[in-house]
Design a protein around this ligand. Structure first.
Ligand code: KG4
Ligand code: ZN
Length: 344
């Protein structure tokens, strides 16, 4: 079973091939430089770039894997959440391929795919607790099976990655700032006491990072020219990282207390690459006797390997979609509308 994965939910155009659960080849065209001058992703530009890049990228992928187009058995595509225009570019391309080749199509939940990506590297263990931390999402799931995720908590406003990116921008770092802030935080001390763990004094499993983002941005604006100072930068990043890591740890520990049968804790999404957050959450998992399953660093950020792999897993369970597959933008619940594939 050869599954093509297509990822276009935001500003990365990705294609990948997974055969029987093993990754064969993967290509990613990042648009980060195109959007960097605007300080964030410009949706209109992102969707145009996806449409421009998908064809040549698929050609290059097939060439790399030494395969012909008609070797594909299944087309898996991100159907949401994401930017609507970007999702439509990928879904339109996937539908064209499915029609031309007379193959099945399957729409993939991008956030579930982030968590399932670890399966390309190691065995998946259920029931699991999954935390996806990215630029647009901070979501906590109970994972019963590859096709059964129950959302326990979500970001009510800004995601953790948004806080890193915007606060990083104010101290002069290029977008997306998360990776650079991770490095800077390693050399600093959490000296800024006003950056405290946000939204922990409640009994829920949701997240809110907009207040912390504003506190961090205001602090940097007030500091004026001192933001250029390397000690200021390092301490600023260490303080923000500590506050974000603290909230994530409190909520994950709370979820583990409420779900005593959990066997593994999964960590995924671009911010899961953060060394400090990764360390704190792996220590917590160990303390709670849970296996720590994190996507390898190469699969933390957006990629199509996780989409192809999820497509393979769901198709193995007997699912597919029809050609009326809809794109679901951020903010709308992804419907459970997979259908049973006809027996082959
Ligand atoms: O999952 P992803 O590639 O795309 C989205 O779906 O958003 O995540 C991108 C986010 C950005 O906010 C970026 O700054 C952040 O992941 N990021 C990091 C690190 N590497 C990437 N944040 C903190 N520490 C990192 N090492
Ligand atoms: Zn993502």
């Amino acid at each position: 079973m050869l599954c093509l994965g297509i990822e276009t939910s935001c500003d990365d155009t990705g294609v990948a091939l997974v055969r029987d659960g093993r990754l064969i080849a993967s290509l990613l065209a990042s648009q980060a430089k195109t959007h960097a001058i605007f300080g964030g992703v410009v949706p209109e530009i992102a969707s145009r770039e996806h449409s421009r890049l998908l064809g040549p990228l698929l050609d290059a992928l097939l060439h790399k894997a030494n395969l012909a187009l008609n070797a594909l058995d299944l087309i898996a595509v991100t159907r949401g959440p994401g930017l609507l225009g970007s999702l439509l570019a990928g879904i339109g391309f996937a539908k064209g391929l499915a029609l031309a080749l007379d193959r099945s199509i399957i729409g993939i939940n991008h956030l579930h795919a982030h968590l399932l990506a670890a399966g390309l590297d190691q065995e998946l263990v259920f029931p699991g607790l999954g935390l996806v931390i990215s630029g647009g999402h901070t979501d906590l799931y109970r994972m019963e099976a590859p096709d059964k995720f129950i959302r326990l908590g979500r970001a009510l406003d800004d995601a953790a990655g948004e806080a890193f990116d915007k606060a990083g921008g104010v101290i002069g770092l290029a977008y997306p700032a998360g990776k650079e802030m991770d490095k800077l935080a390693s050399t600093g001390k959490p000296a800024f006491k006003s950056m405290t763990a946000p939204y922990v004094n409640n009994d829920n499993l949701d997240f809110s990072f907009s207040g912390l983002k504003t506190t961090a941005c205001n602090l940097a604006v007030k500091a004026g020219p001192s933001v250029a100072d390397s000690i200021f930068k390092a301490d600023f990043c260490a303080s923000l990282t500590k506050a974000i890591a603290e909230t994530l740890t409190v909520k994950v520990e709370r979820a583990l207390e409420q779900n005593a049968d959990i066997k593994a804790f999964y960590l995924a999404g671009g911010v899961a690459a953060n060394s400090h957050i990764r360390r704190r959450l792996s220590v917590l998992a160990l303390k709670r006797n849970c296996q720590f399953i994190a996507a390898p660093l190469s699969l933390c950020a957006d990629n199509a390997a996780m989409i192809a792999y999820s497509g393979y897993l769901l198709h193995k369970q007997g699912y597919e979609h029809c050609l009326d597959l809809e794109a679901i933008p951020r903010g709308r619940q992804i419907p459970e509308d997979m259908i049973r594939a006809p027996a082959s």
